[in-house]
Design a protein around this ligand. Structure first.
Ligand SMILES: [Ca+2]
Ligand SMILES: [Ca+2]
Ligand SMILES: [Ca+2]
Ligand SMILES: [Ca+2]
Length: 419
C-alpha cells in the first residue's frame, strides 16, 4: 500500500477506503474461449480480494496549568515570574487497527521560560510509566532557548501508540524573571508519527524510506498554548488625599469630582501594583490639565530588598509645572518579593488664570505608567480625577428692616456647593 497521497490523509489511501485486487483469467479449449462471463466460469467475487485501508486516527491535546497558583488544566494560563507551569500533552489513537509508530514530540522553550530537568521533575515525562529515569527524553539539562524532544528511542509509549491507545506526556517550566507585565508567550508543540514500525516495518527490499512514496506515511500535528503575564493592576490608581482649603466631598482617599477654589493646593496619590516581572524604561508621568500646575512631588522609594536594583527615585517637575515624572529605569521584581504596590504623591495648584472660572471642570486625565513591552513603550493609563472650580459668589440682599439700633438689615450669602 503506497504512501499516496504523499504524507496526506486523502484519496486514494484514506482511512476506511476499500481497494479491490482482482485477477482476470481466460483460456481457449477446443476452439472456444472461456472467460469470466462464460457459463460455469468462477464468479467475479472468487477472483478478487478486498483491502480496507486503516490509518492511525490520532488526536493531540495540549493543556497547561499553573502549579504555583493552583489552577486547572486549560488551553491558556496567566502567570508571573517564578510560577511553575505544567504542560500535559495527550496523544490518543482512535483507530481500531492502525497503531501510530515512532511518535516524536518537540517544543521550543523560549527565553521567557525555563524547562525543569526531566530527571528531577518528579514526573513521568515520556509516558512509559517510569518516573525520572535517565531516559525521559531530550531536555538539554533543562533551561531556556532550546528545544525539548520526547520520542520512541526513550519510550515504548512513543515508539507505538496502540490502536485505541493513549500516551500522556508531561513537563514543567518556570516563568523567567525577565518577563514583562502583559507579555504574551506562545509555545507550539509539534508531533510527528508514521505508519510502520522502524524505518520500513518488515518490507522486502528495496525498502522505502519513511515519508517517501514507497515508505510509511508521516503525519504531523501542532498545537499552541498561550501564557499571559499578569498586567499592571490600576484599580483605584489616582485619588485626592489632601486639600488646602475646601472641604473634601468624601473621605480620603477621594476619587472626586471635588470642588476647589482658585489658588487651592490639591495633593494627589498615584498607585498601582505589579506582579513579579521585569520593567525596562519604567516611567510614571502625570501631565497636568491646563489651569493646574504641579508645585511639589515626593520621591518614590524602591527597597533594594524587594527591587533589583531598587533606589530612591526623585521626581522631575518641568519648569512650567505642567508635568511631573519619575524615571524608575530598569527594575526586576523577583518572585520572592511578591506583588509590589507603588505609590507616589504630588501636589498641584489651581492657577489664578483667566480661563479658570467658576463652574469650570479641570480633568486630570493624563497620568500613566509606562515600560518597554515587545520593543515598544507600553502605556497604562491611571484613573482620571475631575475638580470643579468654585469662586465666591456673594449675594447681598436688603432685608427691608431696620434693627432696634436703627441699622439697615442686609443678608449676605454665598453660592451653595463650594464648601
Ligand atoms: Ca518516563
Ligand atoms: Ca521526569
Ligand atoms: Ca523513558
Ligand atoms: Ca516508522
Amino acid at each position: 500500500m503506497s504512501n499516496n497521497a504523499l504524507n496526506n490523509e486523502a484519496e486514494p489511501n484514506i482511512h476506511n477506503e476499500t481497494h479491490t485486487d482482482q485477477c482476470d483469467v481466460s483460456f481457449k479449449y477446443m476452439g472456444s474461449t472461456f472467460k469470466k462471463d462464460t457459463s460455469g466460469f468462477p464468479d467475479t467475487e472468487d477472483c478478487q480480494t478486498q483491502f480496507t485501508v486503516q490509518t492511525p486516527d490520532t488526536s493531540f491535546i495540549k493543556k497547561i496549568r499553573n502549579i504555583t497558583q493552583n489552577t486547572e488544566f486549560a488551553s491558556s494560563v496567566s502567570a508571573h515570574a517564578g510560577d511553575i507551569l505544567e504542560y500535559q500533552v495527550t496523544l490518543s489513537n482512535d483507530s481500531e487497527r492502525a497503531p501510530a509508530y515512532d511518535a516524536i514530540l518537540t517544543q521550543a522553550i523560549p527565553e521567557s521560560l525555563i524547562l525543569l530537568a526531566f530527571d528531577s521533575d518528579n514526573l513521568d515525562n515520556d509516558g512509559d510509566s517510569q518516573t525520572d529515569e535517565s531516559s525521559e527524553g531530550i531536555d538539554n539539562g533543562g533551561g531556556s532557548d532550546m528545544t525539548l524532544q520526547i520520542d520512541g528511542t526513550h519510550s515504548t509509549a512513543m515508539s507505538e501508540i496502540l490502536s485505541n491507545g493513549q500516551t500522556t506526556l508531561m513537563y514543567r517550566v518556570q516563568v523567567a524573571n525577565g518577563v514583562n507585565p502583559s507579555e504574551i508567550i506562545q509555545t507550539t508543540a509539534q508531533l510527528v508519527y508514521d505508519t510502520l514500525p522502524g524505518n520500513s516495518g518488515s518490507q522486502l527490499s528495496e525498502q522505502g524510506v519513511h515519508g517517501t512514496e514507497n515508505g510509511s506515511r508521516i503525519y504531523g500535528h501542532s498545537d499552541t498554548i498561550t501564557i499571559t503575564i499578569d498586567a499592571i493592576n490600576t484599580t483605584s490608581s489616582k485619588r485626592i488625599v489632601g486639600l488646602s482649603s475646601t472641604e473634601a466631598g468624601g473621605a480620603f482617599p477621594f476619587k472626586g469630582p471635588q470642588n476647589v477654589t482658585i489658588g487651592e493646593q490639591i495633593t494627589f496619590e498615584l498607585k498601582f501594583s505589579i506582579v513579579p516581572s521585569t520593567l525596562k524604561n519604567w516611567q510614571l508621568i502625570d501631565q497636568m490639565p491646563s489651569g493646574m500646575i504641579c508645585i511639589h512631588a515626593m520621591p518614590i522609594t524602591l527597597s533594594n530588598a524587594l527591587f533589583l536594583p531598587g533606589g530612591i527615585i526623585s521626581p522631575e517637575i518641568s519648569p512650567d509645572g505642567s508635568q511631573v515624572s519619575w524615571h524608575l529605569g530598569e527594575q526586576v521584581i523577583p518572585p520572592s518579593s511578591g506583588i509590589q504596590t507603588i505609590t507616589a504623591q504630588l501636589t498641584a495648584r489651581v492657577k489664578n488664570s483667566d480661563t479658570n472660572q467658576a463652574g469650570k471642570s479641570l480633568i486630570n486625565k493624563n497620568a500613566s505608567v509606562s515600560y518597554m513591552l515587545n520593543n515598544s513603550q507600553q502605556t497604562v493609563d491611571l484613573d482620571d480625577i475631575t475638580v470643579v472650580i468654585c469662586e465666591p459668589d456673594l449675594n447681598i440682599q436688603n432685608m427691608g428692616e431696620i434693627s432696634p439700633e436703627g441699622m439697615q438689615m442686609i443678608s449676605v450669602s454665598s453660592r451653595p456647593g463650594c464648601r
